[in-house]
Design a protein around this ligand. Structure first.
Ligand code: MCN
Length: 777
């Protein structure tokens, strides 16, 4: 009998080691002769470097080198880092140099690296380097950046606008001209960071005999990192190996290859000794990518029943000083805005502005939380103005399951149509409402109000184009001892990929999950890989694991059939053995078969056979697959303090075939925690000169266990037709609509005060400020 592992609540096999201190994170790695690095960083948000005097640092005992931009190889002095996933030549936007050669464009930009016997010495020496800057005016807000006469964020740039584009469906002007109701709203979400437990870090070792470079880095994208290193160091791909050891969280910021990773590699090659750099939390606040600053000014046109006729307006995106993933975030936001709703007309004008703030790139959700916030806040406005229940209004506007696959009318940047592959949005919402007891909330609210308590309920729906290509691969090999080796470019940062991939392999080959040995996050493990972001691993590596395991199974059965002189249909693969189902059930173990498949010296293999029981499969999806969900949240607002308590949090979620419900539940719970931070707490503040004001966890608040409720989760499984597993993504759906749902709930709690809340995070001060505008307060 086959074992059922796909869909089972399998405990994560990686956890016992990680939870008992046996994980191997970057800082656990110590190499013989290893030196330590510290970076000297710009104290200015914008300035020109006049001179650097590193002599006092170099004179310090224990200091081995100080490198500034002019000490780097010529290529790195003149070449900016590539946009992720492209080659350097394709870079059309501002990206950083390895070390700032002349101009610094945000506080924290690396200016020099010091290498010493210890990190302590390196830090002390860095403090001795004298840099003479000419300070230039800084732009600390994207709204300021696009004003006429604003100072330039980068010398030589003719404009602070990085790009301007439109997202268009149908004829918005016509839709608005004849619309019975039009409501306009501006909205804003503020900057935060990912704040994984483990900050960034890199160790580089140059093997002087082999000429090879190994970079251990706390990254989500080892294969992309390898490409960048090969390009910028002019090394061939056989000479560079990138390894992500255990990674203590990524959340987006580790899906960028940073200058520090490159510079650490350069010095390791230069000095012929391994070099380690571990980012501290303050550096993480200053220099890891951040996002969410977007200003939306949009209006919605609806008919008398609240059916959407069109949405139009503008969005301004803060790109920060550099754009490591070019315009991905604002594009994703623009394409996500229609959500699960029928939107006949749409005209969004998007501007991306540079500022003198840390570079903006994906944080869990990647532009989608802002778009969902904009759409859901507009719908709440319509519901209020037309006095329609918020859930009912949404129900009237859903794309229906029978309309799938549904082309939204939008296109991606490469011209391909945006098509929702599958999903049942009305059912997802109904499941959430039922679980949340939405039907009798009015009664509960009335009772609470009678007691002087202000409770409210909020709803938000989302769709997410996830599982994007181009591919992710999986190699599966039967080892001589019968165990199975699985290798992939998937690079977990907490998602449980080892368990998930082992489940698929174990079910297909009918072996125990523990017998699948998984190697991930190492460019030597598999030739090609892409990495972990965009909730793409389940939908890319998952089908690859299935494909590779199915091919290996076919090889096993074909070989066993020949060796056992039995037709394949009379064989069964079970518990690591192939057995004949009839007679004396003779058979062979997988280990014996693996050895036979490798052949013997001098003996020809069977004609047409390839040696070994192994196969590599790269699944290449034809398009993104679209997961969806509904969040319903209940809050209580203390109108004296502006404090918000989350009383209940419900998520109904559809990520297609759920490979491991335990992991998906964990992903949703963690994602919601992240969304709660975005909704209520996480505020990366800068002064008007671009100086960061929140650089520790006393100033920048993360949600703790006392804030985050246990999320109650319902699963709907609408399998995706895009991949043979039917899987869609689950890694970001917890975060994407959270701020929209929570702000909706707070506004609902404050209906007696007619509070209008259109930004996140909503701090107690903001809530009180809004309440004070009410004559009822
Ligand atoms: N899964 C499943 N069935 C599905 C979909 C997913 O069982 N149909 C499970 C799989 O086990 C998979 C996990 O959920 O390992 C997440 O899968 P997927 O949605 O494909 O997301 P990725 O593996 O590509 O992970 C990336 C995603 C992103 S973009 C961010 S940001 C994020 C996240 O995952 N960062 C995380 N989850 C995180 N979780 C932790 N603990 N730490 C982070 O840094």
């Amino acid at each position: 009998m086959g074992m059922k592992a796909i869909g089972a609540r399998v405990q994560r096999t990686e956890d016992p080691a990680l939870l008992s201190g046996k994980g191997r994170y970057l800082d656990d790695i110590a190499l013989p002769g290893m030196l330590h690095a510290a970076f000297l960083r710009s104290p200015l948000a914008h300035g020109v470097i006049r001179s650097i005097d590193a002599a006092p640092a170099l004179e310090m005992p224990g200091v081995h080198a100080v490198l500034t931009a002019k000490d780097l190889p010529e290529m790195l002095r003149s070449t900016r880092l590539p946009v992720m996933g492209s080659s350097p030549q394709q870079t059309s936007v501002m990206t950083p140099y390895a070390l700032a050669p002349e101009e610094v464009c945000y506080v924290g930009e690396p200016v020099a690296i010091v290498i010493a016997d210890s990190r302590y010495l390196a830090e002390d020496a860095a403090a001795l380097i004298a840099v003479d800057y000419d300070e230039l005016p800084a732009v600390a807000n994207c709204r300021d950046a696009v004003q006429a006469g604003a100072p330039r964020t980068h010398n030589g740039n003719s404009s602070n606008k990085a790009t301007n584009f439109k997202a268009i469906i149908g004829d918005a002007a016509a839709a608005f001209a004849s619309a019975p109701h039009v409501f306009r709203q501006d909205m804003w979400q503020h900057r935060g960071c990912g704040h994984s437990i483990e900050c960034r870090g890199a160790i580089a070792e140059h093997d002087t005999l082999r000429g090879g470079l190994t970079l251990w880095t706390s990254t989500q994208i080892p294969h992309i990192a390898k490409h960048v290193l090969c390009d910028l160091l002019a090394m061939d791909s056989e000479s560079v190996r990138v390894i992500a050891p255990d990674v203590g969280g990524g959340f987006g910021p580790k899906a960028v290859f940073y200058p520090e990773e490159l510079v650490v590699a350069v010095v390791a090659i230069r000095l012929g000794r391994p070099v380690k750099w571990i980012e501290d939390r303050r550096e993480h606040f200053l220099t890891a990518v951040q996002e969410r600053d977007q200003y939306w000014d949009v209006e919605i046109a609806v008919n008398g029943e609240g059916r959407i006729l069109g949405v139009r307006g503008s969005m301004l995106h803060d790109g920060g000083a550099y754009l490591p993933w070019e315009f991905s975030l604002p594009y994703i936001a623009a394409v996500t805005m229609p959500g699960p709703y029928l939107l006949p007309a749409y005209d969004l004008d998007v501007t991306v502005a540079y500022t003198n703030l840390p570079p903006a790139s994906a944080i869990r959700g990647s532009g989608r939380p802002q778009a969902v916030f904009a759409m859901e806040r507009l719908l709440d406005r319509v519901a209020r103005e037309l006095d329609i229940d918020r859930a009912e209004l949404r129900r009237r506007n859903f794309v229906q399951p029978a309309q799938m696959p549904y082309p939204t009318g939008l296109t991606y940047r490469d011209g391909r149509a945006v098509v929702y592959d599958s999903g049942d949005y009305p059912t997802t919402q109904s499941m959430a409402l039922e679980l949340a007891n939405y039907g009798n909330f009015a009664q509960r609210q009335a009772e609470a109000r009678a007691q002087g308590r202000h409770i409210g309920i909020g709803i938000a729906n989302y769709v997410e184009g996830c599982g994007v290509g181009p591919y992710e691969g999986v190699s599966i090999k039967v080892l001589d001892n019968g165990k199975i080796n699985l290798r992939s470019g998937a690079t977990p940062t907490g998602q449980g990929h080892k368990t998930m991939l082992a489940q698929i392999c174990a079910e297909t080959l009918n072996v125990e999950i523990e017998d699948v040995i998984v190697t991930l996050g190492d460019t030597n493990a598999i030739a090609m890989g892409v990495g972990t972001f965009a909730s793409r691993i389940a939908a890319n590596a998952g089908p690859s694991a299935l494909g590779a395991a199915q091919t290996v199974k076919a090889k096993i059965l074909a070989l066993a059939s020949r060796l056992l002189e039995t037709p394949e249909q009379d064989l069964v693969l079970d518990k690591g053995r192939v057995e004949v189902t009839r007679g004396n059930r003779q058979g062979m173990s997988l280990g014996e078969l693996a050895r036979r498949a490798q052949g013997s010296p001098g003996v020809s293999l069977h004609r047409g056979d390839t040696p070994g029981l192994e196969h590599t499969s790269y699944f290449t999806p034809a398009q993104a697959t679209w997961c969806n969900g509904t969040h319903v949240v209940e809050v209580e607002v203390d109108i004296a303090t502006g404090g918000v308590t989350l009383l209940d949090y419900v998520v109904a979620h559809d990520c297609g075939t759920v490979i491991n419900p335990l992991i998906v539940d964990g992903q949703i719970q963690g994602g919601v925690a992240h969304g709660i931070g975005n909704a209520l707490l996480e505020w990366m503040a800068f002064d008007p000169n671009g100086q960061p004001l929140t650089t520790n966890f006393g100033e920048y608040l993360l949600p703790s266990s006392t804030v985050v409720p246990k999320v109650r989760i319902a699963h709907l499984e609408t399998p995706s037709p895009v991949n043979p597993l039917g899987a869609k993504g689950a890694g970001e759906g917890g975060t994407i609509p959270a701020a929209a749902a929570i702000v909706s709930a707070i506004e609902h709690a404050l209906v007696p005060f007619e509070a209008r809340l259109n930004m996140a995070p909503l701090t107690p001060e903001t809530i009180i400020k809004s309440l004070r505008q009410s004559p009822n307060y």
